[in-house]
Write a protein that binds this ligand. Sequence first.
Ligand code: GLC
Length: 423
Amino acid sequence: MKKTLFVLLLTVLFATFALAETVITVAAGAVGQELELAKDAAAKYMDMHPGVTVNVLETPDLATDRLGLYLQFFEAESPEVDVYMIDTIWPGDLAAHLVDLYQFDGVKELVDTMFPAMVENDTVDGKLVAIPWFTDAGLLYYRKDLLEKYGLEVPKTWDDLENAAKIIMDGEKKDNPDFWGFVWQGDAYEGLTCDALEWIVSNGGGTIISTDKEITIANEKAAEIIDKAAGWVGTISPNGVVGMPEEGARAVWQAGNAVFMRNWPYAYSLSNAEDSAVAGKFGVSPLPAGDSGRGAAALGGWQLAVSKYSENPEIAVDVALYLAGYESQKNRAIVGSLNPTIEALYQDPEVLEATPIFGELYDVFVNAVPRPSTVSAPNYNEVSTAFFQAVHSVLTGVETDTMAALEELALDLEDITGFEIIW
Ligand code: GLC
């Protein structure tokens, strides 16, 4: 009798516990301070919602690897992850696995405070598949102190950048053999798609695939600037740049071993942190121009999406709304220099004081160039993979005829998308 009572008690206890404790798992990034910031916000949410545990799952740094992991969860229709942090290029590719957030209370009110283009980007066939969380644009980080020391200006063109990098490297390498001119994202992954798109757009070579579904990549302007970038490898950029992602570039830069770095805004607050050799010594500007006469920034950024396979979609949406809400975005902007998606935060004095580039480079952020993800969905990842592999083969010297590499790429893109090639 006693034993039965004990078992009964245990069952009741367990049931109460199980009922009270909803676990929401958020797949988040760990580049820079992202993981700590997500965990912080999760802790705050849990304080306000004692019945909910929010687990933050760390995912690979490289967008391409992260997508690979997500696809495994989605293919298994796994309920293990409720909220996914998804790249700005993935809504179309992943829509089939995501809930329509417009069905949930509070979502429309929040996204109405965000940049309409970002909300539009996350809308697939009228369904809102993700809430814009932070946005990104490619920027040029430069060493103010060194440009001054050598009497040089902030480069406005790629030629200026090459020139300044060479002069400063020649001078600095004498004391510091590890010193380089320019670090960027040359590894074979999504980051290279962003960097190469910036070069090509800045040179008037189009956006790989146009919004009118034309494959435009096989053109001289594109070939010319990719060749130029290939010339940086081993001269102004270390040979290892062809294996370098964002964090690799930041490590070289933050140790004080580069004049220039191409990176996203997250590197701003870290570069100014106490442990950074470049704190207070650098500036940030738009990326240099090529033949088009204007620099171009790739549009990046991350969104929060809720899985169709989540067992607790309502609570998952509530967590996403909190993470992407005003207070949480404000904190991320101040502590992590992660660009808000809520327009009003660009006028918030505390945000602008902590991260002045949000005001100074506002035009860069709102004019950033999207990758051709909407037009090629659900095949964007294949398109991008073909593109970064082709560019990488030129950077590493595997392919020496750049125009031929781009023509071959155009044929691959035709197979993937069925779009027409403009020769
Ligand atoms: C940043 C951008 C993202 C991009 C990635 C490439 O995380 O926000 O959009 O795909 O970099 O490395």
